[in-house]
Ligand binder design. Structure first.
Ligand code: S3P
Length: 449
C-alpha cells in the first residue's frame, strides 16, 4: 500500500538527453511554516507558490482542525489565523500522513495552549521517534502519551501555565528546534534554543517576518536562538521559493544522463539547504549558478546542470550533513556513476527519516549491482563509472518519496533502468515529478498493476 492508496509501481528506463526548463514546486519546509504561522497570527495571510503536496495539504487540514480557516483562492492560499494562544481543541484525530515536519511543528505550536490533541500518521510516520520533540515540550509543561518508544498515535495535553524553556538540541534537527520555538510563542519570557550544528533556519526567518522578536547568535557552542514569548504575530504575504530538495532530482538526472542540459530556475540557495550543490560541484559536476540574486532575504539562482562524464567520488564533509540531509539518497544515486568511492560520514539522522535511508538506498543500490559499505552513521558508495551500471532491479520505496525518486533518477542512466515498487509517496513532496521529468525527455512511467 502507498501512503494514501494502492501501490503505484513505476519504472525509469535509460533516458536522455534531458533538455529544457524544470519548474519545480514550492519549498516544503517553508510551505508548512507559512500555514502554521499564518494560523498563529490574527488576520489574513496570503501565500503563493505553496507546495500542494500531500504533506502540506495535511498540515493545512490540521490548521483547520485547530480553528484557522485555510482555503485556496485561485493561485493563492489564504489563512485566517486565530493568533498566538488561540488554537481551539480539535474534535478529531489529527492525521499528519507521512509528514514528520507537519506533526512535529504542530505539536510544538499547540503544546503551550490548554488543549489536548491526538496525532497519527501513516505506517512510516507512526514508526518515527517523537520523544525528541515531546522531551523539550515537557519542559514547557506539556504532557505526551503515545505508543511504546514515544511513537504515534500520541496525545499531547498542552500546558495550562507554560514556562519558557532553555533547550540544547541533542540531535541536529530543524524540526526539534522549530517545535521548541513554536511552543515558546505562547510561553511568557524568553525561550532559548542552542543548536550545536546549524540546521535550516526557515522558522527563525519567518518568525521575524511575522513580527516576532528573534535573536540569532553564533557562539563557540553553536547557534543560539532567543525568542521573546507572547508576541502578536501579524499576517503576511508570502511567496514560497522553489524547493532545492526537489530541484535536486532534475539536477542529478541531468548530471548522469548523456547529452543533458537542464535549467532549474529560481532555486533558493539558503546555505542551510544548499550542501548538495556544493558537493556535486566538488565531484566534478557541470553545475552552474546563473542570474544569482537575493529574493525576500534569501539567496536565489537559476541552476544549470549538464551531463558530467568525469564525476569523481569524494568524501562529503560531515559538517555539511545538516545542509543536505534530505539529498543523500539522490547523491548516492549519482555516486554510483562516479569513478571511485563517495564516503558520507556524520549521517546518523538518515536512519530516522521517512525510512532508514541508508538501509533503503544500500539495499536498492546493491540489488542494482553497486557495492555499498555502511556503519551506524556513515556509508560509502563505490562508483562504477559511466557505462558500467547495469541496474534492472526492483527496489522498495518504503513509503519514502525521496527513495522512490532517487531510484527513478538512478534508472534514467542505468543500462536496464530501475523499477520502484511504489511511486505513490512521491505525491507528498513533488506531485509533478513524473510529468516534469517526462517533459525534459526522461522515460519514467507508471506500470499497469
Ligand atoms: C525539515 C527538517 C529536516 C528535513 C525534513 C524537513 C524541516 O528534518 O529532513 O525533510 O522542514 O524542518 P529534521 O529536523 O528531522 O532533520
Amino acid at each position: 500500500m502507498s501512503a494514501h492508496g494502492p501501490a503505484i509501481p513505476m519504472i525509469a528506463r535509460k533516458s536522455g538527453p534531458l533538455n529544457g526548463t524544470a519548474e519545480v514546486p514550492g519549498d516544503k519546509s517553508i510551505s508548512h511554516r507559512a500555514l502554521i504561522l499564518g494560523a498563529l497570527s490574527v488576520g489574513e495571510t496570503r501565500v503563493t507558490g505553496l507546495l500542494e503536496g500531500q504533506d502540506v495539504l495535511d498540515t493545512g487540514r490540521a490548521m483547520r482542525a485547530f480553528g484557522a480557516e485555510v482555503f485556496r483562492d485561485g493561485a493563492t492560499w489564504v489563512v485566517h489565523g486565530v493568533g498566538v494562544g488561540g488554537f481551539m481543541e480539535p474534535d478529531q484525530v489529527i492525521d499528519c500522513g507521512n509528514s514528520g515536519t507537519g506533526v512535529r511543528l504542530i505539536m510544538g505550536a499547540m503544546a503551550t495552549s490548554p488543549i489536548a490533541a491526538t496525532f497519527t500518521g501513516d505506517a512510516s510516520l507512526n514508526s518515527r521517534p517523537m520523544a525528541r520533540v515531546t522531551d523539550p515540550l515537557a519542559l514547557f509543561g506539556a504532557q505526551a502519551m503515545g505508543r511504546t518508544g514515544g511513537r504515534l498515535p500520541m496525545t499531547i495535553r498542552g500546558a495550562e501555565r507554560p514556562l519558557p524553556v532553555r533547550y540544547e538540541t541533542p540531535v541536529p534537527s530543524a524540526q526539534v528546534k522549530s517545535a521548541v520555538l513554536l511552543a515558546g510563542l505562547n510561553a511568557p519570557g524568553e525561550t532559548v534554543v542552542l543548536e550545536a550544528e546549524a540546521t535550516r533556519d526557515h522558522s527563525e526567518r519567518m518568525l521575524v517576518g511575522f513580527g516576532a522578536e528573534v535573536d540569532v547568535e553564533d557562539t563557540p557552542q553553536g547557534r543560539l536562538i532567543t525568542l521573546q514569548g507572547r508576541p502578536e504575530l501579524h499576517p503576511q504575504t508570502i511567496a514560497v521559493p522553489r524547493d532545492p530538495s526537489s530541484a535536486a532530482f532534475p539536477v542529478c538526472a541531468a548530471i548522469i544522463t548523456e547529452g543533458s542540459d537542464v535549467l532549474v530556475p529560481n532555486i533558493g540557495l539558503n546555505p542551510t539547504r544548499a550542501g548538495l550543490f556544493t558537493t556535486l560541484r566538488e565531484m566534478g559536476a557541470d553545475l552552474t549558478y546563473e542570474n544569482e540574486r537575493e529574493e525576500g532575504g534569501e539567496p536565489v539562482a537559476d541552476l544549470r546542470a549538464r551531463f558530467s562524464p568525469d564525476l569523481k567520488g569524494i568524501e562529503v564533509p560531515a559538517e555539511r550533513a545538516a545542509s543536505m540531509i534530505d539529498e543523500y539518497p539522490v547523491l548516492s544515486a549519482v555516486a554510483a556513476y562516479a569513478e571511485g568511492a563517495t564516503y558520507m560520514p556524520g549521517v546518523k539522522e538518515l536512519r530516522v527519516k521517512e525510512s532508514d535511508r541508508i538501509d533503503a538506498m544500500a539495499e536498492g543500490l546493491r540489488a542494482n549491482g553497486i557495492e555499498v559499505d555502511e556503519g551506524e552513521d556513515w556509508w560509502r558508495v563505490h562508483g562504477r563509472g559511466f557505462g558500467d551500471v547495469t541496474g534492472g532491479a526492483t527496489v522498495a520505496s518504503r513509503l519514502d518519496h525521496r527513495i522512490a525518486m532517487s531510484f527513478l533518477v538512478f534508472g534514467m542512466a542505468a543500462e536496464k533502468g530501475c523499477r520502484v515498487d511504489d511511486g505513490g509517496p512521491i505525491a507528498t513532496s513533488f506531485p509533478i515529478f513524473e510529468p516534469l521529468m517526462t517533459a525534459l525527455g526522461a522515460t519514467v512511467e507508471r506500470e499497469a498493476t
